[in-house]
Ligand binder design. Sequence first.
Ligand code: ADP
Ligand code: MG
Length: 495
Amino acid sequence: MSVAATATATATPSFRIRRSTRGVPRMRMPVRSSTISVAPMLTKLQSDCATPLPVLRHVADSMSADMRAGLAVDGGSDLKMILSYVDSLPTGNEKGLFYALDLGGTNFRVLRVQLGGKEERVIATEFEQVTIPEKLMFGTSEELFDFIASVLANFAQQEGGKFHLPPGRKREIGFTFSFPVKQTSIDSGILMKWTKGFAVSGTAGNDVVACLNEAMDRKGLDMRVSALVNDTVGTLAGARYWDEDVVVAVILGTGTNACYVERMDAIPKMQGKFSPSGRTIVNLEWGAFSKGLPLTVFDRDMDAASINPGEQIFEKAISGMYLGEIARRALLNMAEEGALFGESMPEKLSMPFILVTPHLSAMQQDNTDDLQTVGSILYDVIGAESNLNSRKIVVEVCDTIVKRAGRLAGAGIVGILQKLEEDSTSAFFSKRTVVAMDGGLYERYPQCRQYIKEAVAELLGPETSQNIVIEHSKDGSGIGAALLAATNSQYDQDY
Ligand code: ADP
Ligand code: MG
């Protein structure tokens, strides 16, 4: 494959304090006088977060059952089972210049790709990534989409080199939008609600493609959105371009979600709609799943304090935006009740979202004898003085939270595979099946990856799990969206 990738990315700082921390006490508070030992507190946390096989099985079975209920009728379960309107997947024949936009929960990416068909495949790609300014997450829809359009306009201006568009054609965009959207066609969809901490006014209930088109008009930018795709759908399409056995895609980033390839006749709510391939991609919106999850008081308190209490419970237990915060709440409790950091409380430990998932991951990669990295992160981030014993406990807390997240994600994946197996007339589990994974949490937290694999193997058994390949599809969603823009191009494709 000849991929010329030029990264013009602005590096995102690996540790960044996000989300609002206003209204937080800043006093150095004394710990309670009658402290109890921290060891039993850790044991309690571990048992509250435990995911033994019966718990995993219950989650997988409930996921399958919720999928069926959501496919039967809109509103039939926690899972929306959104139809993507993507019923032809990339074949490898796609040719031409296409753009992709990817609005995640943390980053915004723009990408262009020159596709060369079966022989040349991806001739060139270029991308640019910017962190979404926090104030835009709480601003107006116009401000957010103007920002997107201006990044796109600057990026489009720098086109050159191996990229070229036949005369008379508009540049076409695949727009990856990683929030729950009710698709109305391949190139339109209504935002149902913001998630992942976004509270932008004026978008929910509106067509996000129309919002983007209006912003592009305001910038005088003449491009056309030919496919609106969820990030999971983009990832599936991108991975499928290289490997025909990909049938499921899962994102574990700021938030989490999954999609898969479904048979049209297995979707009762489609009511006889037709697709030439007889298949379509269904987006679970699995962040809203809620059954049988082992949750703690820290999860409940975090949920209650969130901007969407009672919603996105699976997402809050397993995705990157929240793992650091759950750990912070557990550590705060240990510091207050168990004097984890000695007699005085590190003041910043009371600040919501001060500890982020990349911190947990960095602490768990510390191989030094005295856990130096853990010590310096605790000192730098929350101002805590720690000894080896408290550092070890902190690492255990991180591990407990990420272990639960990884294993629950694994159970969710098995829930999808199980549903496909039950419906299959052939022996689904006896052939190779690929699950394409992406997202910052999956990519950069090795323990998380390991726990996912272990849970899948435990649930499926050694023989079956050999046929299930869980693969990182790096940045597949960007290329995937561009490929779907190609598949749904308004122009004739000369192949
Ligand atoms: P988005 O969700 O915006 O599409 P990503 O897929 O890149 O973006 O995911 C970003 C998220 O991944 C961050 O919010 C963070 O929770 C998580 N993450 C980033 N870096 C790491 C890391 N080193 N370890 C663990 N999690 C990480
Ligand atoms: Mg993303």
